[in-house]
Design a protein around this ligand. Sequence first.
Ligand code: HEC
Length: 121
Amino acid sequence: MRWAIRPVLACGTLLLTGPAAAQDADVFRQQCGLCHAVVQGEPDRQGPNLWGVVGRRAGNIKGFAYSAGFRKALAGKPRKEAAIDRWITDPQTVAPGSVMAYQQPDADKRLALIEYLKTLR
Ligand code: HEC
């Protein structure tokens, strides 16, 4: 149901934007919130703070100890939506040796997560 109404959202039906955005935030809280802060300036958790992550360069949070595998495969590369989609599908295939313990095979959930990440700015 939710995905069937996406085209309507694209037309700018504001009444529907609220609930969909809230659902995206819920998915993030459940799936990622334990390890990632999202408010600018909040301390890193097990993973780096994700404020402004879409479009910034990978691995650029000062003071966060990225793994060697992450730095080798990704440091400095732009974090565009497609790259984040591949990353949350399976970090180990993108950056062998990465320490982000997470995988998301469901494309709809990944889309919701990325929609939410885009709001963090
Ligand atoms: C169990 C903890 C954990 C969970 C759950 C988790 N992450 Fe991570 N995340 C990490 C760690 C640790 C790193 C750093 C990886 C490394 O250094 O190898 C990371 C790195 C990242 C990065 C790269 C950030 C940068 O500065 O370049 C993104 C983007 C990211 N995670 C998104 C997500 C999203 C979205 C979710 C939920 C779908 C999620 N993570 C779930 C621990 C986690």
